[in-house]
Design a protein around this ligand. Structure first.
Ligand code: NAD
Ligand code: TYD
Length: 340
């Protein structure tokens, strides 16, 4: 392993992984390939911008010519694929980009990897591919049962990864991470959305009764899990990566308001998301056996995350304009008006 291509490395989790790898492994060359969609942001990579073992290429993982050019130019031997359209609500409005990147893009990456002889392919998937579980936790061999266009596209992509292992003998691994939070997360996902809206004393749109459960994983723990599986994961295997920290959405909302010193009157219960998964829960024994340990203490890391958004308005204020506002209006104005 020497020349590692990190696709989607300008996004939230991908950039945390790149920042980690560039600093921890000076002998590896880390090459980011990112289309810079609305969610891709070079500010996320500023901390490594001047490092000699980091390079950036702009391009689409579903574009065969670009992918082959980048693989050959950098003698890529390892791929870590974070690139995806990643937000459930956007996939409900329009799913074209999800099928393009999360299914077709993964296939093109695999196919060029096979063509040029890449020896190692790690794919980032999500706990959402299992669907909702009322009680207990999904092990890795549970059937996939995705319920929204985002999770369906992620399931399609990872099944193609499986097929390239079984059919073509490629050394692939897959991680299925749970809801991730931390610095540099695009403020359409619930935690940065609620933190930045509350800072501006704007209403927080809680879907339905807020009793849905998500398992919160800190982004640095997600990155360390990918690092571990990249180095020690067994060919063809899948590893769940969870925070083992299940919270009702409404409880997390109360925690955020308390940390920010904002009133509970900002909470608005709005129309529920269609097909809203009630609870995600995964069993993480397999990756723990491989040697993964989380550093996370949720109360501390949530407080540190809130503080990061308070101190880094330069990062998120410029995002919350233009295209972001169009999306926000489409998504929330009617729901918030109905809830008054
Ligand atoms: P993100 O939306 O913040 O970043 C996605 C990145 O992919 C962006 O930089 C974007 O520009 C890039 N991208 C999108 N389409 C591309 C294309 N066609 N070609 C090249 N680059 C493209 O997403 P994230 O939250 O960092 O998620 C990263 C990965 O982790 C995704 O695969 C996602 O499914 C998975 N995941 C996310 C979570 C979570 O809670 N955020 C949890 C589990 C798994
Ligand atoms: P989100 O961050 O979109 O992640 P995912 O849908 O992938 O789990 O949402 C997390 C939870 O928060 C989910 O149950 C939906 C809920 N939610 C709200 O209640 N209001 C919102 O404005 C958003 C974006 C999400």
């Amino acid at each position: 392993m020497k020349n590692i291509l990190v696709t989607g490395g300008a996004g939230f989790i991908g950039s945390a992984f790149v920042r980690r790898m560039v600093k921890l492994y000076p002998d590896y060359n880390i090459i980011v390939l990112d289309k810079l969609t609305y969610a891709g942001n070079l500010d996320n990579l500023l901390p490594v911008h001047d490092e000699p073992n980091y390079q950036f290429e702009r391009g689409d993982i579903a574009d065969r010519t670009t992918v082959q050019r980048v693989f050959e130019k950098h003698s890529v031997d390892t791929v870590v694929n974070f690139a995806a359209d990643s937000h459930v609500d956007r996939s409900i409005l329009e799913a074209d980009a999800f099928v393009h990147t999360d299914v077709v893009g993964v296939y093109i990456l695999l196919d060029i990897a096979k063509l040029v002889g890449v020896t190692r392919f790690h794919h980032i998937s999500t706990d959402e591919v299992y669907g909702s579980i009322p009680e207990g936790s999904f092990p890795e061999d549970a059937p996939l049962s995705p319920n929204n266009p985002y999770s369906a596209s992620k399931a399609g992509g990872e099944l193609m990864v499986r097929a390239y292992h079984v059919t073509h003998g490629m050394h692939t691994t897959i991680t299925r991470g749970s809801n991730t939070f931390g610095p540099y997360q695009y403020p359409e996902k619930v935690l940065p959305l609620f933190i930045t809206e509350a800072i501006d004393n704007r209403p927080l749109p809680v879907y339905g009764n807020g009793m849905q459960v998500r398992d919160w994983l800190h982004v640095d723990d997600h990155a360390s899990a990918v690092d571990l599986v990249l180095h020690r994961g067994q060919p063809g295997e899948v590893y769940n990566v969870g925070g083992e920290n299940e919270q009702h959405n409404i409880d997390v909302t109360h925690m955020l308001l308390k940390l920010l010193g904002k009133p509970e009157t900002l909470i608005r219960h709005v129309k529920d998301r269609p097909g809203h998964d009630r609870r995600y829960s995964i069993d993480c024994a397999k990756i723990q056996k491989l040697g993964w340990q989380r550093n996370d203490n949720f109360e501390q890391t949530l407080a540190a995350t809130v503080e990061w958004y308070q101190k880094n308005e330069w990062w998120w204020r410029k995002i919350k304009t233009g295209e972001y506002l169009d999306y926000y209006k489409r998504q929330y104005e009617d729901r918030l008006a109905e809830s008054k």
